[in-house]
Design a protein around this ligand. Structure first.
Ligand code: WTA
Length: 649
């Protein structure tokens, strides 16, 4: 196992990071472990613009989480946009804050910190005039346009709580989120543009709000200027909301624990939950992790090609980079438009120094060969990051050797919507890497591997990944349902945050994330719940029962495998598969699709009626040799039928 890549000299040299080498990492890690409160108070005082600096560190604990959320910096007061905008004006006013690349190559916009500040203030003033108040929920359903970031920041400016919904989600999903958050405001755009295709965002919002009476205003940014129906009294154009507004609007100062945003994410059961991030701890953690992981330097151009609809976009397109006064790229298009060279064409033109993307995209691009990469100059790149799913060693090596020409360090960053920011990752100038390993925890993060019965595994081991101590960036609760927060994350192992992931730890203490151990499927880095798929499938009249599991997919990481029991007399086949995938699209979104259907006479259930997913998973993974004990099944015969009829790509 000599596949260790030392940090390339070019990455190590001249690092301004507070953690520039391994000795310092060990020191700081130990310091943070010995005195987490002192450590984080120091970090936040140095990095964040507080109106009233905090004197308190942590309150509460994982043991007492059922009694209420933990808090960080609870006596501090601030507004996150002051850290992201105002305080940069004196020194970085003319520096580019957002560098936008539109759907068509070379369609660029650059907003300096001064311009972004003014634009955020104008929208905040406009929203204020419409009646948006501190604590109100605002749904943002937009594509990747600078106005989406402006909308997030304008909400934060007012102390309103944004909830960004990824622009691929369906009207049903938007409606669920409006209802769950009791949002009174929606910000959207006429159409989105992605890979040359138009996405009817406003039309989806109209459909979502049909018959809903709680939403007071829908603000519509015009991206394509197509005619969209505007509902009298409810809909207003973004341009009209900001017109004539002042370029300075005072920030609403909020307590540290005031919610900054809600982001809905899929779990193993039921509907997506609204993960709540609060202000002071979150902004501290994203600023800190962004700097130490990527080794941010003043003249860096940081290109995270995620979407603001996911947590990666929140933390590392908007809040982290802006809090650090960096130039952050927003990318509206897709990696294959107009051809698979798009990323590298963009790299040649915009000259980012740091590139942060998803393994799925890398696998898809690697499959197209190297010429699309080599055609373009990538000499600006210094750090290459991945996020969202495990990266297989082949894709890792392709990224390292072909894209980075061996000159860049790769940071495989493990984290989750719930963790707020990166938790396990190489630090670019510090950590020698191993392809496929997320390596070591950040200071303040204490991973433990549990056996299923709750014993902590020491040394090299495999187990269920838990985090043992609180850190400022972690989610505080589930919107409107703290009990669900507790039962989802803190019930499995008392006193520990359970991530839902499995992991291995090697002799060097490096972590190798093996993937979800619950019923979350991670398709192309998009997190989806089997329960959501199953309820979409059974919404089709012809379907009696359905069970979904993930299976290994060569490009997407995981694909969705559905076992379907049809109503009597219904013919299996493509027409019904189309109907089912149509239902997934309508009820979840454009990114939700079953890859393999298997029609079965029945599902393997225990005598108490519980579907034995373990068996379904094994069969879908193409490994039915070791199904374990099936004697508790109500009808063991069904297993043979399922094994014989198994599908593969
Ligand atoms: C997976 C995305 C392996 C993991 C930031 C986690 C990863 C889930 C990695 C969270 C990684 C994320 N290696 N697996 N580097 N990063 N994951 O909430 O299963 O969309 O639990 O947050 O993605 O997905 P989420």
């Amino acid at each position: 196992m000599a596949d260790i890549h030392p940090v390339p000299e070019r990455v190590r040299a001249g690092s301004p990071s507070p953690i520039p080498d391994m000795d310092r990492y060990r020191e700081i890690y130990a310091a943070a472990q010995n005195d987490p409160e002192g450590f984080w108070l120091e970090v936040t005082r140095q990095r964040i613009a507080w109106d009233k600096p905090p004197t308190m560190g942590l309150t509460g604990s994982y043991h007492e989480i059922a009694q209420g959320p933990i808090t960080w910096f609870a006596d501090g007061e601030l507004n996150a946009t002051v850290s992201c905008l105002d305080r940069h004006l004196a020194t970085r006013g003319d520096k580019v804050a957002i560098l936008w690349e539109g759907d068509e190559p070379g369609d660029n916009r650059r907003l300096t910190y001064r311009e972004l500040h003014a634009e955020v203030c104008r929208l905040a003033a406009g929203l204020d005039a419409l009646g948006v108040q501190k604590g109100d929920r605002v749904i943002i359903y937009m594509g990747m346009v600078p106005e989406a970031a402006v909308a997030m920041l304008a909400c934060a400016r007012l102390g309103a709580i944004h909830s960004v919904v990824f622009g691929g989600f369906s009207a049903e999903s938007v409606r669920d989120r409006v209802r769950d958050s009791l949002a009174e405001w929606v910000i959207t755009q006429d159409e989105g543009l992605r890979g040359g295709r138009k996405i009817p965002l406003k039309a989806v919002v109209d459909q979502a709000l049909d018959g809903e009476h709680g939403v007071k205003k829908v603000i519509v940014h015009q991206r394509t200027h197509v005619d969209v129906p505007m509902k009298e009294g409810r809909d207003v154009f973004y341009q009209d909301v900001v017109a004539g507004r002042d370029a300075a609007h005072p920030p609403t100062i909020v307590p540290a624990e005031h919610p900054l945003y809600i982001l809905y994410t899929s779990g193993s059961t039921g509907k997506p939950k609204g993960v709540v991030h609060t202000t002071g701890g979150y902004i501290t953690y994203v600023a800190y992790s962004h700097q130490v992981v990527f080794d941010l330097r003043e003249d860096d151009v940081f290109a995270c090609v995620a979407d603001v609809g996911w947590v990666t976009g929140h933390s590392y397109i908007v809040y982290g980079p802006l809090a650090n006064g960096a130039t952050t790229v927003m990318f509206e298009s897709v990696p294959t438009y107009p051809d698979p060279g798009r990323y590298w064409d963009m790299v040649q033109r915009l000259r980012p120094t740091i590139f942060y993307g998803a393994p799925t995209a890398l696998r898809a691009l690697a499959a197209q060969g190297d010429t699309y990469v080599k055609k373009y100059d990538r000499s600006s790149l210094r750090v290459l990051g991945t996020v969202g799913e495990p990266i297989n060693p082949d894709a890792w090596r392709w990224y390292y050797d072909v894209v980075g020409e061996g000159r860049c360090n790769i940071v495989d960053t493990w984290w989750q919507t719930e963790t707020g920011g990166i938790c396990i990752s190489p630090l670019a100038p510090v950590t020698a890497t191993k392809p496929g390993s997320a390596t070591l925890p950040l200071p303040g993060i204490v991973p433990v591997l549990m056996s299923p019965d709750g014993h902590i595994q020491r040394g090299p081991a495999e187990g269920l990944l838990c985090l043992a101590v609180p850190w400022p960036g972690q989610a505080r609760t589930v919107w409107g349902d703290h009990e669900r927060f507790v039962s989802t994350y803190f019930q499995h192992f008392k006193g520990y945050y359970f991530t839902g992931d499995g992991s291995r730890r090697d002799k060097d203490g490096y972590y190798w994330i093996t993937g979800r151990v619950d019923d979350v499927i991670n398709v192309a880095g998009h997190r989806m719940g089997t329960a959501e798929f199953e309820s979409a499938l059974v919404s089709v009249d012809e379907v009696a029962e359905a069970a979904c599991v993930g299976f290994p997919h060569p490009i997407k990481g995981q694909g969705v495998y559905a076992y379907v029991v049809l109503q009597p007399g219904v013919e299996p086949g493509e027409p019904i598969e189309k109907l089912m995938n149509g239902a997934c699209r309508t009820l979840i979104g454009a990114h939700a699709k079953v890859d393999l259907f298997q029609f079965v006479p029945g599902l393997p259930k225990t005598r108490s009626g519980k579907v034995m997913r373990r068996i379904l998973r094994k069969v879908a993974e193409g490994d039915p040799s070791n199904l374990g004990d099936v004697t508790t099944l109500a009808d063991p015969g069904v297993v043979d039928v399922i094994v014989k009829g198994a599908k593969s790509l």
